[in-house]
Design a protein around this ligand. Structure first.
Ligand SMILES: *Cc1c(COP(=O)(O)O)cnc(C)c1O
Length: 400
């Protein structure tokens, strides 16, 4: 029994008291089975944290594929306007946005289901469809939300390695068995930026047995220029197994508001809506997304800048003797001559944050978000400094 009343001791002491308390429970023992096998998401290091840690005024984050441009004034204005209504719950069905989007995409409103980011959509699909005996097939390395969602649903993950930095659909088919429920695909694929072609996707669908869902994540759709790329929207009605995923976080620049959506056959969205929280998308995200659909110039401009800068960075990195995977997205996957964690650590005090490949077990790669020209030049200059520095260290080490 605690002899002290909780409010008589400093708050920080509660934990200490609790630890010595004979009634304390070992929370780890009662936690859900398997929960410690989940890997908590490792987010890109926040700008503010790096600023404080190194006393920097400017930090350039090229780690999370965020939009580097300022948002359109009208989108910001729409958010300001909506703040007046924040004492009310949001529209749980995102009616206005859904109707606007259904017109734009030329599909019935019932085909669309919004989530708190596309990431929530990944969770919802898993919760709605996966039994414990099922498996989800996912490429590797890949955006980690798929595996986490499958494990959270108590099901098992089967991973299929990328081949030549692309999703290997043939090997994926070979791994399909009677436990397979979901195949996760991503085009362009995060982290390498390659696409799945229509031809490859159609051949895949033909060979895929009935009763297996194919989630086709197109978070980077707007940046794709290849005419050969497959798009989920083209398959929804012919094949109800196909579930498309899209987001406002990347090309629309609304990562901080958390809104993405599923496009699928109405029979599929109906099932998924069973597990959705009633108010999963907040009111500000809804109005901002709605307004951003009208700001077509913003997206066009960003896509244009991204394509130009992607070409620029690709060439500059190749000139430095590095291998760069041709990308259809707003990031590059780059093979680097030093350890990725080492590069990450040395770039940080210079005000640059990148994604080290070590998080996917690829120590010689980084994933680099395309920035503005100014940011990209700063990155290149910092990179050169680091490479010169490590060469120097290597020479010194040899001399010892
Ligand atoms: C960024 C990203 C998303 C979108 O995430 P949100 O939750 O909508 O911010 C989805 N899939 C992939 C592959 C991504 O890289």
């Amino acid at each position: 029994m605690l002899t002290l009343k909780l409010n008589e001791i400093p708050r920080k002491m509660h934990f200490m008291q609790y630890k010595g308390n004979p009634h304390a429970i070992d929370v780890r023992k009662i936690a859900k089975t398997g929960i410690f096998e989940l890997c908590a998401y490792v987010p890109g290091k926040p700008i503010q944290e790096v600023k404080e840690e190194y006393g920097l005024e400017e930090v350039i984050k090229l780690a999370s594929n965020e939009c580097p441009l300022p948002l359109p004034e009208k989108v910001i204005q729409s958010i300001h306007e909506e703040t007046k209504n924040l004492s009310r719950y949001p529209d749980g069905h995102c009616r206005k946005l859904r109707s606007r989007l259904s017109n734009q995409l030329g599909i019935p409103p019932e085909c669309i289901l919004f989530g708190n980011g596309a990431e929530e959509c990944v969770r919802l699909i898993s919760q709605a469809f996966l039994n414990r005996s099922d498996t989800g097939l996912s490429p590797s390395p890949i955006y980690d939300a798929y595996d986490t969602a499958v494990k959270m649903a108590g099901a098992d993950v089967v991973t299929i390695s990328l081949k030549d930095y692309r999703i290997d659909l043939d090997t994926t088919l070979q791994h399909v068995d009677n436990r397979t429920k979901i195949v996760w695909l991503c085009s362009p694929v995060n982290p390498t930026g390659t696409i799945i072609t229509r031809k490859a996707f159609e051949s895949f669908l033909e060979q895929l047995p009935e009763g297996i869902l194919v989630v086709f994540d197109e978070a980077y759709l707007e940046f794709v220029s290849s005419k050969e790329a497959a798009h989920a929207l083209d398959y929804l009605f012919a094949d109800a197994r196909v579930i498309g995923l899209r987001t406002f976080s990347k090309a629309f620049g609304l990562a901080g508001l958390r809104i993405g959506y599923i496009v699928a056959h109405p029979s599929v969205t109906e099932v998924i809506s069973m597990v959705k929280l009633p108010f999963n998308v907040n009111a500000l995200a809804q109005v901002a997304a709605l307004m951003s659909l009208d700001e077509t110039e913003f997206v066009k401009n960003y896509v244009r800048i991204n394509a130009k800068e992607r070409g620029f960075l690709h060439e500059k990195l190749e000139k430095r003797g590095m291998f760069v995977v041709p990308s259809e997205a707003n990031f590059l996957f780059v093979e680097i001559p030093i350890d990725s964690d080492d590069l990450f650590r040395r770039l940080m005090p210079r005000g640059i944050i990148v994604r080290p490949g070590s998080i996917w077990g690829l120590d010689r790669f980084i994933r680099l978000t395309i920035g503005t020209r100014e940011q990209n030049l700063k990155f290149l200059s910092a990179l050169d400094q680091v490479l010169a520095e490590t060469k120097m260290t290597a020479v010194l080490d040899k001399g010892k």
